[in-house]
Design a protein around this ligand. Structure first.
Ligand SMILES: [Zn+2]
Length: 177
């Protein structure tokens, strides 16, 4: 009954005197037709999910430029969502790194994750961190099996840096005063 009412209300005279393409376009805007098409599309996608997945994969492979552009547009439109998702992902990754390295400072046993830092046993951590992004760095640390990394709390890390003379700027200041 409801769809019938809608059909009567729609100004069909608008559909006269237009070409076929335009006619179809206008027809798709009629509420009950729009609803019906939506339902049909949903059903079709549910039935052909596997097929679509294969097709999508193939399409993504063949059109890298378009996909890049599409992703860029999505990021711009949903920047907040993307940011929070990235933050959550990075937090999870960081917790994974901490777990892999023992979850506590190797010097004093401090275990609050907020003040734990990844330390290069043989130095040069800052250089490596600058050479790649944080995500790649974390992944590298998790994969490492040679024991190149360890966990230190902020205090122990700072003390270690002083012990190894990793503060050239402070030295200059000391000489100046
Ligand atoms: Zn410590």
């Amino acid at each position: 009954m409801e769809s019938k009412d809608k059909r009567i209300k729609y100004p069909f005279h608008k559909l006269r005197h237009v070409n076929e393409k335009e006619y179809r376009k206008l027809q798709r805007q009629i509420p009950h037709i729009k609803e019906r098409n939506k339902k049909y599309a949903k059903n079709w996608h549910e039935k052909n999910r596997e097929k679509m997945r294969v097709y999508d994969k193939q399409y993504n492979k063949e059109h890298p430029e378009q996909i890049k552009e599409k992703k860029k547009r999505y990021r711009e439109k949903h920047s907040d969502k993307v940011k929070t998702r990235h933050k959550q992902y990075m937090f999870k990754l960081r917790m994974g790194v901490l777990k892999a390295l023992g979850n506590k400072c190797v010097r004093c046993g401090f275990s609050d994750w907020r003040a734990l830092q990844i330390d290069h046993v043989h130095g040069g951590g800052l250089k490596e961190l600058r050479s790649c992004n944080t995500k790649k760095y974390y992944e590298k640390v998790i994969k490492d099996i040679e024991g190149n990394y360890q966990l230190l709390c902020s205090n122990c890390n700072q003390i270690k840096k002083h012990e190894n003379n990793e503060f050239p700027n402070i030295k200059v200041k000391k000489n100046g005063t």
